[in-house]
Write a protein of this length. Structure first.
Length: 581
């Protein structure tokens, strides 16, 4: 604490006045973040509280973040759980509100330097959300002391400094300025991001003539706000987008700090990248958040659209870009089921040879259909498994029995040599009848009152088709893992070939015609167990994407030929194979 002419400490009023006049560059501030289950304390409990002391260089004290024990028994919505990572297990490590408030106020004392009456300069990214929770805590726990936070909203500052940015939420703004924010909405990450943003904003504020906390206050209170631009303005220069090649390839959206945000494939790199920024579409909030951060686009040209799709799949696994949803490899595995489909392992062995499969329970509904076809008693568990719904919301036994009777009469062949064969033939026939339409994955798990006969039959048919398709595709992927592929897209003057070994592309090149694949030297054809053993999420997705692309080539009038060992497939014979996939 400063002294006045050596005669003692200054008063709290003098200290507060000096504090408010302090330059932003020298000011130590508190950064705060709250996560809650509702928009206000009336609608949801406080779940997490985080804070740190920082200056314009960033966090200068270890940050704190604590789960907070809920005051009520109100449930936490599923969307909040997914965004924050909160679960009932979080309560085990949660602090009571009183303990968390005491820790926070202890840190406030350090910032006040012994002046308890002064409000601490505080930064919150979106203050209108956090303030009701902080005022509620203070009203109940503050012991009639003045409200201790002198809050400035970082979002409001950014709105004045960057009026043309598409989005200014904490991830968009931190990423735009060169930070790598977490996608999870956790207080510790938000505190770090807010401190980083403040560090980047101070020089920009100074350039605008705002260099003290008090001038910042007056500037934010000024009602003469700049008008928003008529069109969004993106950080990525339009000239860079226009300079991209009109060829197939893969593009990467990159932040200023070289983080890769998103990887995509394109038939035309120029047109596909431009479509992200097109004013004719209606981009989602997530897309606008990402595009706010994109400062560079890197591209890799490929010889074909098919090869772009394969490269995209591998790049997403390698880079794990935060804005890619599909084809990510984290926390995934491939699975292999026993011959009776009753057990699963993440690697094949002598007993588990059905696979690769995308999940551990992928064939549970299909196995239940086989069991019911074999005449097993339709227990509650078996009925629920056949419908792929939790048992508590399944239909009444009489309604299920009626639906099963109609389903069996329409699809199951009594003369098949086994129940498994009967179900297999029914799955293939229904798939072909529907013209290779993928089974819908729409959520039909509604309340029991919503069940009717048509819905029971529809779900049985969906699970029949889906299970049979996964088994056929597993066999197909095992063939592709060591095969040779030739293709000519409709826009290509000549063909291309790929040589695969252990599900990796080990050779590629050009051919005059797809039939010339017979002349390409092949590697030794490995056994089934060796081909199955090579699968992981990356190889599974790679060959699944290859299968989808081969379908596309044929559907668009191109040509495809395949070699599996000494077997060569092309023309109508190949089409018959592909129709079942």
């Amino acid at each position: 604490m400063e002294t006045s002419r050596g005669k003692g400490t200054c008063s709290a009023i003098d200290y507060a006045a000096r504090l408010m006049a302090d330059r932003l560059r020298d000011l130590r501030v508190l950064v705060l973040d709250c996560q809650a289950a509702g928009a206000t304390p009336v609608h949801g409990d406080l779940l997490e509280l985080g804070w740190a002391v920082c200056d314009e260089r960033g966090v200068c004290e270890p940050s704190r973040a604590h789960w907070i024990a809920r005051r009520t028994t109100r449930s936490v919505p599923r969307a909040i759980r997914e965004l924050t990572g909160w679960s009932e297990a979080s309560d085990a490590e949660a602090l009571t509100e009183g303990v968390a408030w005491e820790l926070l106020t202890n840190d406030l004392r350090l910032l006040r330097n012994g002046s308890p009456a002064s409000a601490v300069p505080t930064l919150i990214h979106y203050a209108s959300f956090e303030l009701p929770f902080l005022r509620d805590l203070h009203a109940r726990l503050g012991q009639a002391a003045p409200f201790p936070f002198d809050v400035r909203c970082v979002h409001a500052i950014a709105a004045r400094l960057f009026p043309d940015l598409p989005r200014r939420n904490i991830r968009a703004l931190a990423g735009y300025l060169g930070h790598s924010p977490q996608l999870f909405r956790r207080s510790a990450g938000h505190v770090q991001a807010t401190a980083f943003i403040w560090h980047a904003l101070v020089p920009k504020l100074e350039a605008a003539g705002i260099d003290t906390w008090s001038t910042l206050t007056h500037w934010l209170e000024d009602t003469r706000r700049p008008s928003r631009p008529a069109r969004r303005s993106y950080p990525l220069p339009a000239s860079q987008r226009r300079a991209l090649p009109d060829r197939p390839g893969v593009y990467r959206f990159v932040r200023s700090n070289d983080d890769v945000l998103y990887v995509g494939k394109a038939a035309s790199l120029k047109k596909r990248v431009a479509s992200h920024f097109s004013s004719g579409g209606r981009p989602t909030e997530r897309a606008l958040e990402m595009l706010t951060q994109v400062q560079r686009v890197d591209v890799v040209e490929t010889e074909s659209i098919l090869e772009a799709a394969l490269f995209e799949s591998d790049e997403i696994k390698r880079l794990e870009p935060p804005y890619n949803v599909q084809l990510r490899g984290a926390e995934r595995n491939v699975w292999f089921a026993s011959r009776d489909l009753g057990a699963q392992l993440p690697a094949p062995d002598a007993l588990h040879r059905v696979g690769p499969l995308p999940s551990q329970r992928a064939l549970a509904p299909y196995a239940a259909l086989i069991a019911l076809t074999a005449g097993q008693e339709p227990s509650e568990r078996l009925r629920a498994a056949a419908l792929a719904v939790p048992w508590a919301i399944g239909p009444a036994p009489t309604l299920f029995a009626e639906g099963w009777g109609v389903f069996a009469e329409q699809h199951l062949r009594a003369r098949a040599r086994s129940a498994a064969r009967s179900v297999e033939l029914a799955a293939r026939a229904l798939w072909l009848l529907r013209g290779r339409d993928e089974p819908t994955s729409a959520n039909e798990d509604a309340a029991p009152d919503d069940w009717d006969l048509a819905r029971v039959i529809r779900r049985l048919e969906r699970n029949l088709v889906q299970g049979g398709l996964m088994i056929r595709r597993a066999r197909w992927l095992c063939l592709l893992a060591g095969g040779l592929v030739a293709f000519r897209e409709s826009s290509m003057p000549s063909a291309r070939y790929l040589v695969l070994a252990r599900a990796n592309i080990v050779e590629r090149g050009g051919l005059e015609h797809v039939a010339d694949l017979v002349e390409v030297a092949a590697r030794a054809w490995p056994g089934l167990h060796e081909r199955q053993a090579c699968f992981d999420p990356a190889s599974y997705d790679r060959l699944r994407v290859l299968t989808t692309e081969l379908h596309r080539v044929l559907d668009e009038g191109g040509e495809v030929a395949l070699r599996f060992g000494s077997r060569f497939l092309s023309g109508e014979r190949l089409l018959r194979w592909m129709r079942a996939l």
